[in-house]
Design a protein around this ligand. Structure first.
Ligand code: FAD
Length: 457
């Protein structure tokens, strides 16, 4: 069956088509997270919108589900069969300096826009990692290193193009298809494959920020200082703090590898002197091992979080908190602080609030605006470590339950969750509206078999 379907797709698409046992099949659908991947029958390395439409039409006529993958940073619920459209080859960036917008192709990664926009003194609302795909990130909202100042990336989206379940191109903005425009900004709905998106850039040629690392021995002092300090900072400051356990490998700086560190991330937009003033209480919390906070060009925004750039097996999970009290910090330290034998690489507390709490110009499906903090735990996930990482993640997030809000940020929800867990990211009202939009745009569940099953469709 796969051979016939592959040949049918080859005759309609200009991009390469891979089916097992073709050499290159495994590589064509490999993603950043090596812990889990889709199990498609076919992979199309799409080169343009017509390719995407051909794959969708073939899926619709052959009964094979269809999904998109740009980088594999967040595959969600893996597909057990079907046609995977790799958009990795659909990369393009057009900056309009007068409108202060970027228009990008489906597979474009943040670093490409960061570099192009910087030539005009502009910056996108990228995430912590510049190698994440723009479309997948923005469909889930997108909370980056400047988020408290400028909000979710999805709030800045002006327009999208999408191939729907019939293979038709749909132009989406606030006037044309307002329901889809609402859903595609934060609802991560599986109703089509986005081929292009246009979004606003912000005027940020430089920022005052970067990383400060403290020794793990000072974790208690530094985390308590953070909990006291964070609620005092203005919206011009975005910040997060992480209990970081880097493996003992030469690729990591000597003072950080093979031990627990506390990693403070800080970005201030505005006068650098004021940025330094706001940061002073944290600099005084303990003597830093490394202090890399300085006036920094916007192209270096990836250095704030210093996320990994090489593929690895990892598992993440998260909750949002309504507050970070001294007792919350104590519970976090008991679960993942110094002296605890945990396989987690990171237990991150990201401050929310500021512009994240304000709806953008147009209402959207983005979930989790009301969080004061987001806590995300990440562990390495090769098979021998899975049980221990699952247990440590559950113990750490479980310890914070007294301060937890319901719902979550879908982009921080890892992969391989049950459909019900994914659905729980949004309020029942938002999920209900998303369900109605999914039913109307994809009545035969071409893109969303797992979700429709959870709904009982
Ligand atoms: C190292 C790392 C750092 C991260 N940092 C942040 C962060 O700071 N803030 C934040 O908000 N999130 C962050 N994330 C989460 C990330 O935003 C999500 O995992 C996002 O979905 C990744 O998108 P992608 O296209 O790169 O990945 P992919 O795995 O290729 O795609 C992710 C999802 O988007 C869908 N999708 C992709 N392209 C399309 C398309 N063209 N049309 C329709 N659906 C599509 C896919 O089907 C899949 O469900 C991070 C993830 C990692 C691994």
């Amino acid at each position: 069956m796969a051979t016939n379907t592959a040949d049918a797709l080859r005759s309609h698409a200009s991009g390469e088509v891979f089916a097992p046992p073709d050499p290159g099949f495994a590589e064509a659908h490999a993603g950043f997270n090596l812990a889990e991947q889709h199990q498609p029958d076919l992979v199309l390395r799409a080169t343009n919108e017509a390719d995407v439409a051909a794959a969708v039409k073939l899926g619709a006529t052959s009964g094979l589900p269809v999904r998109a993958q740009a980088t594999g940073h967040g595959i969600g619920i893996p597909m057990p069969r079907g046609i995977l459209v790799s958009t990795a080859g659909m990369r393009s960036v057009h900056i309009n300096p007068a409108r202060r917008t970027a228009t990008v192709g489906a597979g474009t990664q943040w670093h490409e826009v960061i570099n192009a926009a910087a030539q005009h003194g502009l910056a996108p609302l990228s995430g912590s990692s510049p190698t994440v795909g723009i479309v997948g990130y923005t469909l889930g909202g997108g909370m980056g290193p400047m988020a408290r100042t400028f909000g979710f990336a999805s709030d800045r989206v002006r327009r999208l193009r999408m191939i729907d379940a019939t293979g038709r191109t749909v132009e989406i903005d606030a006037e044309r298809e307002p329901d889809l425009f609402w859903a595609l900004r934060g609802g991560k709905p599986w109703v089509g494959i986005v081929t292009e998106t246009e979004f606003e850039l912000v005027e940020v040629p430089t920022y005052y920020g970067g990383s400060i690392f403290f020794a793990g021995d000072h974790a208690e002092r530094v985390l308590h200082a953070f909990a006291q300090w964070a609620p005092t900072v203005p919206d011009a400051v975005s910040t997060s703090i992480t209990l970081l356990r880097l493996p003992d490998l030469p690729i990591f700086p000597e003072p950080l590898r093979g031990r627990l560190s506390v990693h403070l991330r800080y970005v201030h937009i505005g006068d650098p002197a004021q940025g330094a003033e706001w940061l002073a209480p944290m600099r005084a919390a303990a003597t830093p091992v490394l202090d890399l906070v300085a006036v920094t060009p916007a192209v270096a925004i990836g250095s704030v979080h210093q996320d990994p750039t090489e593929p690895m097996p990892a598992r993440d999970d998260s909750i949002r908190l309504r507050e970070l009290t001294p007792a919350t910090v104590d519970s976090l330290l008991e679960a993942a602080g110094p002296g605890v034998d945990t396989p987690l690489i990171m237990a991150e507390v990201r401050m929310m609030g500021g512009a994240l709490a304000q709806a953008g110009t147009h209402d959207s499906a983005v979930g989790g605006r009301d969080g004061a903090f987001n806590v995300c735990v990440i562990g390495p996930y090769p098979p021998p470590l899975r049980e221990a990482v699952d247990a440590a993640s559950a113990a750490t997030l479980g310890a914070l339950q007294p301060w937890a809000l319901t719902g979550s940020l879908i982009n921080f929800q890892g992969y391989a969750l049950a459909p019900d867990q994914v659905r729980a990211a949004w309020s029942p009202e938002v999920r209900g509206r998303l369900d109605a939009i999914e039913r109307s745009w994809d009545p035969d569940h071409l893109f969303q078999t797992a979700f429709s099953h959870a709904r009982g469709d």
